[in-house]
Design a protein around this ligand. Structure first.
Ligand code: NAD
Length: 301
């Protein structure tokens, strides 16, 4: 059972089950988070400012549920029950006031996140946990836009959310242990595994992944091996599911470069992007999305 803590009795706080999750932003991540919330049994209010984004998100959630049925992961009855718990909502106030727990997934823009958290803070019950799915913005700064910094936490999901098992639960400066505990329980109920991380650039996963990807570019630049053999070595020798070049082509070389620049600025020279990566980005070889990255895909995909 998941608990939120009622505001009205500071000494003898009363535990109440978390039943309703509001997901703010229904793009790539928000709709995946809403899917996990629905299949985890939560009533899920999905909010977006754009009506067409909300429509697309609901359609994708339906497709994901159908796929889960086809793969034997959900029964048709469970999928239908999950869909019934979905409530698209274009008004932030209406989405927030009913929520026991909020997960924000609006674009990675600090001014937008600060504004969103300020508004959520005004509209949500005062003990409601406000989680952000930010990849790299300061959760401490986002928390400071509210009157409840102890109740603000990072919840870093991975794309595609329905298939990826991990959530990094990120502790900002003032995040309380209670908030971390509630967040871990919510994630588990969504069927996810969690790790707890102190707020720091790249958390665990992006920091290590960017380092491996950068090292692969440095090796390619030095002529140590071909991209195919570097990928093969990591897959067959280290059991990585994808090679670093296959992965960076999927993620986007521009995105990887931005992550490395951010890590370099935050953590130091160790993360300086490999010159060959910078060259690829300058050449417009951004990965699969443009048909060419480290590998050539022939046409746009
Ligand atoms: P996205 O652009 O696909 O979706 C963002 C959605 O937010 C859009 O539907 C947009 O209409 C909506 N939106 C914009 N302004 C809004 C507002 N004021 N209120 C409500 N909705 C608003 O972005 P995304 O890839 O889903 O990323 C969302 C967050 O998740 C970012 O912080 C990103 O860094 C983080 N993240 C992304 C990934 C990834 O792989 N894409 C992985 C982990 C974390």
């Amino acid at each position: 059972m998941i608990y939120k803590v009622r505001a009205e009795s500071p000494q003898g706080q009363r535990a109440m089950p978390i039943e309703t999750i509001a997901v703010i932003g229904s793009g790539l991540m928000g709709r995946g988070i809403a899917y996990a919330s629905l299949t985890g049994g939560f009533r899920t209010i999905l909010h977006d400012v754009a009506a067409d984004a909300l429509d697309r998100a609901c359609a994708q959630i339906r497709r994901d549920l159908d796929e889960a049925i086809a793969r034997g992961k959900l029964t048709p009855a469970d999928a239908a029950a999950a869909l019934k718990r979905l409530e698209p909502e274009q008004e932030l106030g209406a989405a927030a006031c009913d929520a026991d727990f909020v997960i924000e997934a609006v674009p990675e823009d600090i001014a937008l996140k600060l504004r969103t958290f300020e508004r959520l803070d005004q509209r949500c019950g005062e003990q409601v946990v406000l989680a952000t799915n930010t990849s790299g913005l300061s959760i401490t700064e986002i928390a400071a836009a509210t009157r409840r910094p102890a109740r603000v936490v990072g919840m870093h999901f991975f794309n595609p959310v329905p298939k990826m098992k991990l959530v990094e639960v990120v502790r900002a400066l003032d995040t309380s242990a209670d908030t971390v505990g509630i967040t871990v329980d919510v994630a588990r109920r969504m069927g996810k595994e969690t790790v707890i991380v102190k707020e720091s650039a790249g958390f665990i996963t992006s920091r290590i992944n960017a380092m491996i990807g950068n090292e692969a570019f440095l090796m390619l630049q030095e002529g140590v091996a071909t991209p195919e053999d570097i990928d093969k070595a990591l897959k067959l020798g280290l059991n990585h599911p994808m090679g670093p070049f296959e992965l960076v082509d999927l993620v986007g070389l521009d995105t990887r470069l931005a992550v490395l620049e951010f890590l370099q600025k935050s953590l130091g020279e160790k993360y300086r992007p490999a010159p060959l990566l910078v060259q690829h980005v300058k050449a417009g070889r951004l990965g699969k999305k443009v048909g060419r990255g480290v590998y050539d895909y022939g046409e746009r995909s």
